[in-house]
Design a binder for this molecule. Structure first.
Ligand code: ZN
Ligand code: ZN
Ligand code: FE
Length: 765
């Protein structure tokens, strides 16, 4: 007779783990119990030793697909000769170190039920089970039990109750369990809020509207989405105009994997991601325009060889897409970059004039969770926007750190909070520049603190004084009486990559991105930093240039080009004549001459912009990063052409001088070289620069981060080149290389600072 007490930590709540434990124990005739605790799942199990050991092995081998077992602690106990195996109520007493589950895409079993006439849940949009369904978007507090979710207002019917209590059922203790008799339901509304139908009629009315070219606002899993017919250029144009989003690509939801395959030809690895419980938007190669497979309107992702594709991840989406029998644009329910709408009343107000129809339901969304965006990188998946399906799964830091709060950046906001040895990074919050955005940031901080019962002993933020996150940090630090640590933007980018991969440094970090405030008050963004512990040293950067108009240059690549040419000589007018009216050229030249509103920058993103403008790829941009993306696409898959010269000038820090690069580019341009050649030579130059930096610094570990490394060609070629020299190359994978990773990096720097201070006080000199 053997009795074991087993504590399992990791992602083990809300993923069907307790029912699985119950089934595994009873199948072996073992007795004992399992219960959720705030720090994981606790199991006590007893029976004949070989069966208990077999059970222990099954825990790891056969756990449900969405479970992630981070740690298992086992301890032997005296047998108590119990008779049965029970699932006990959650134990609220344990110390808070919880892992909150992410929302999970509908599982195949639930999809089959929804599709089967005669099933209780035939065509029921809110079908879920212990292995799938909403989690993070409906959890009010922990531990994860129905009474503490948005489902508390729905009393289970007798049938659901029976399933919930039956240990052999797939819905045994499925907290969001629901059925047509007792669960949430849908209604179709006009923009004025008048009801057009409910249930099946609402679904059909919504799809009829979409097929007639209307814009549908759908209350989805983690917020509202806007849906239109992706095969109709008119419908897409209508959505673009109303959403004030002229060019930025939209994601497209396909009715099924079969339909998606016909259009995009995903690889097996990509299919695995699309159909995983996270079910992100995945960037896939588009079929060539005009080909038989090109079903989706070109205007969905204009001029872009990639299409963000996803599969229905709730039964509601599945039913709509099946009725539509065609791919639908599926984009965030907001105006340009504001936060998502989550409530029907709010959506009717904020999306007035945008949507023609509103398909809403009565299961409250407790926090906005956008769709995640990923792409397949050279070494596997890269998460570019981390939200549904990934947030708030924790990152283990390997050792306990104090409770710290990282507040992130401005354009791709996230919040990070540490408890014990884990960091929870919030879902993507979007642009924090609006009033709604900064409110959302504040609410998210409160939400995480409450859920994790955390009291931070320090706060970390960016150096930029005008970020909403910095201002919130100043306010919170003052009211809590805790220190505020301002972490340099690019330091945070590299620190986030280090935290994800468990590196303590020293590493060489190449932080290439749009722009972040530097330690010297200029805008950095083409940085080589040596990072160790809580410190960094700037070992090299791009040669600085002025950005006429500052922030306005983000949407005008031609301005960055103007700034570069201004540094060279007075030939601006000859080279960029067609990009500016004479009046514009005069005004900008005067600004540059006097240094008025023309901050100095070393931004790699702006160098991309300048090269895009000079090579004729793109002089204006509808959104930040568009020109850089266009340059990546122009470079295509061609192998590296002779790189442009981009020499490193000695100094402390060293300076990567783009002047010879621009001169050579202008020569190419004069002789009418194709843009693809210029784009290719530019990418190759950056790869050589990375190589030169790595060889010069000589550290074995190199971390590549910052928004520029979302560029697959740059990432792939740089990695390959550095690895050929034997460097270990690391890039963010689970957390975005863009500003969505900043809060994690800030927190990591603060953690290292604490560690160092503690060591200092332990060993006084
Ligand atoms: Zn399911
Ligand atoms: Zn029911
Ligand atoms: Fe950045």
């Amino acid at each position: 007779m053997l009795r074991l007490a087993i504590t399992v930590q990791g992602v083990v709540q809300g993923v069907g783990f307790r029912p699985f434990v119950h089934a595994a124990a009873t199948a072996r005739g073992l007795a004992g119990w399992v219960r959720n605790r705030t720090d994981g799942v606790r199991i006590e199990v007893e029976g004949p030793a070989p069966l208990v050991e077999d059970f222990q092995r099954a825990l790891e081998r056969e756990a449900p697909p969405a479970a992630r077992l981070a740690r298992i602690y086992v301890e032997q106990q005296a047998p108590r000769y119990e008779e049965d195996f029970h699932i006990l109520d959650s134990d609220p007493g344990a110390p808070p170190r919880p892992s909150v589950p992410a929302d999970l895409a509908t599982c195949p079993e639930c999809l089959a039920e929804v599709a089967t006439p005669g099933e209780r849940r035939f065509r029921y949009p809110f079908t879920n089970c212990t292995r799938c369904g909403p989690r993070w978007s409906l959890i009010e507090s922990l531990p994860y039990d129905r009474a503490r979710t948005a489902m508390q207002r729905f009393a289970m019917c007798a049938d659901c109750e029976a399933e919930y209590r039956d240990a052999r059922d797939r819905r045994f203790h499925a907290q969001p369990i629901a059925c047509p008799a007792c669960g949430p339901s849908v209604r179709l509304l006009t923009p004025e809020g008048r009801q057009l139908g409910e249930g099946e009629a609402a679904l059909r009315g919504a799809v009829e509207g979409v097929l007639a070219g209307r814009v549908l606002a759908l209350q989805g899993l983690g917020g509202f989405q806007l849906l239109v017919d992706a095969t109709s250029p008119e419908a897409v144009a209508r959505l673009r105009q109303r959403k004030r989003r002229p060019e930025k690509p939209f994601a497209v939801m396909f009715p099924s994997l079969v339909a998606l395959r016909a259009a995009c030809m995903p690889t097996p690895a990509e299919e695995a991601m699309l159909t995983s419980p996270a079910a992100p938007i995945l960037l896939l190669r588009k079929p060539p325009p005009g080909s038989a497979r090109a079903l989706v309107a070109e205007t969905v992702a204009p001029g872009n060889p990639w299409l963000g594709a996803l599969l229905p991840y709730t039964p509601l989406h599945r039913l709509l897409l099946e009725l539509a029998e065609r791919p639908l644009v599926c984009t965030s329910g907001n105006l340009s970059d504001e936060p998502l709408c989550t409530e029907p009343a709010e959506a009717l107000e904020r999306l007035h004039g945008v949507a023609d129809l509103f398909l809403v339901h009565d299961r409250p969304i407790l926090r906005p969770v956008d769709d995640s965006v990923a792409r397949m990188g050279p070494d596997g998946p890269l998460v570019l926007r981390r939200a549904r399906g990934y947030a708030p799964l924790p990152l283990s830091l390997g050792a306990d750190i104090p409770c710290l709060l990282g507040l992130g950046g401005q354009l791709k906001g996230t919040v990070s909070l540490s408890t014990g040895d884990q960091v929870v990074v919030s879902q993507h919050l979007g642009d924090l520049g609006s009033l709604e955005g900064s409110r959302l940031l504040e609410r998210t901080v409160e939400d995480l603190l409450r859920l994790l019962e955390a009291r931070p002993v320090a706060i970390a933020c960016d150096l930029h004084p005008d970020y909403a996150s910095t201002r919130l940090g100043e306010r919170l630090a003052a009211s809590w009486g805790v220190p505020l640590l301002r972490v340099q933007h690019h330091h945070a980018h590299i620190a986030a990559g280090m935290a994800e991969h468990g590196l303590s440094g020293p590493v060489l970090g190449l932080a290439w991105d749009g722009a972040g405030l530097g330690a010297d008050g200029t805008l950095w963004g083409g940085e080589a930093l040596v990072v160790e512990g809580a410190r960094f040293r700037r070992v090299a950067h791009l040669r600085p240039f002025r950005l006429p108009g500052g922030e306005r240059a983000l949407r005008e690549p031609r301005r960055a080009a103007l700034g570069l040419l201004h540094e060279l000589d007075g030939t601006v007018a000859t080279h960029l004549r067609e990009a500016f009216t004479p009046r514009e050229a005069d005004v900008l030249a005067a600004m540059l001459e006097r240094g008025l509103q023309s901050p100095l920058t070393t931004s790699m993103g702006r160098l991309f912009d300048a090269v895009a403008a000079l090579s004729g790829v793109r002089a204006q941009a509808g959104f930040e990063g568009q020109a850089a993306m266009a340059l990546e696409f122009a470079a295509g898959e061609h192998e590296a052409e002779a790189p442009y010269p981009l020499p490193l000038r000695n100094g402390e820090p060293a300076v990567a001088d783009w002047e010879p690069l621009i001169q050579a580019l202008l020569v190419d341009r004069e002789r009418g070289a194709p843009a693809s050649l210029m784009a290719g030579r530019f990418h190759a130059a950056l790869v050589r620069l990375a190589e030169a930096l790595a060889l010069r610094v000589g550290l074995p570990h190199v971390v590549l981060s910052g928004g520029c490394f979302q560029n697959l060609r740059l990432l792939r070629d740089t990695q390959a080149r550095l690895r050929a020299h034997g460097f270990e190359v690391w890039t963010p994978r689970q957390y975005p290389p863009n500003d969505g990773g900043l809060s994690l990096g800030q927190l990591a720097v603060a953690a290292r600072r604490y560690e160092e201070e503690r060591n200092v006080s332990r060993h006084p000199r």
